[in-house]
Design a protein around this ligand. Structure first.
Ligand code: MYR
Length: 185
């Protein structure tokens, strides 16, 4: 498009979206950098990012359920697919795939097809042990806890650590059965 030429609604929308995405990525980077300065220990930063994600996840799930029209999943397998295909798309604008199921269907991997959190990011050697995207594991853990699933979410592969993908391992620890809302007296 020639400089100064009027832009269509779509072009303006996508450039606003791009700026928002960049702002989000840079803001997240600034938060991680601040935590590294304040907490010094990389392990503490990992914990803090996970906790921040958890706090977001326990709130985010309401918005997710309201916007997505997703109904109750029949099992953990369906839940994992919903997170990968609908949740990641809704909140990060990327899709993810579910793989590596264990035999009893309680542990799987979510592999991200793209990760906007790490655009522009290069970790210095001093940050070797950092799980830069740990906020995401916390978000999933928090959101699932709100729908009665206690999980452990860890990074199995991390491209910032030299791996060939971003892979989260999600392990279902406990599924709390929901109480029937009415009691017979
Ligand atoms: C159910 O009630 O069985 C459905 C549960 C769906 C939970 C989905 C949680 C969404 C989490 C979004 C993760 C986004 C990560 C960026």
């Amino acid at each position: 498009m020639a400089p100064g030429a009027p832009r269509s609604g779509d072009a303006i929308f996508s450039s606003v979206e791009r700026v928002n995405a960049e702002l989000f990525t840079l803001t997240y980077g600034a938060i991680v950098r601040q935590l590294l300065t304040d907490l010094e220990e990389v392990e503490e930063v990992n914990k803090q990012l996970d906790q921040m994600g958890y706090n977001i996840g326990i709130r985010l799930v309401d918005e997710f359920l309201a916007k997505s029209n997703v109904t109750r999943c029949v099992d953990f397998k369906e839940t994992a697919e919903v997170i990968a295909k609908v949740g990641f798309k809704m909140f990060l604008g990327v899709s993810a795939s579910v793989t590596n199921w264990d035999a009893d269907g309680t542990c799987c991997s979510i592999v991200l097809e793209d990760n906007p959190l790490v655009d522009f990011v290069e970790l210095p050697d001093t940050c070797q042990g950092l799980y830069y995207c740990n906020i995401l594991s916390g978000v999933i853990r928090g959101a699932l806890e709100m729908v009665s699933m206690k999980t452990e979410v860890t990074w199995a592969r991390d491209m910032l650590r030299g791996d060939d993908a971003f892979e989260l391992q999600v392990k279902l620890l406990k599924q709390v059965p929901e109480e029937y809302p009415y009691k017979d007296d």
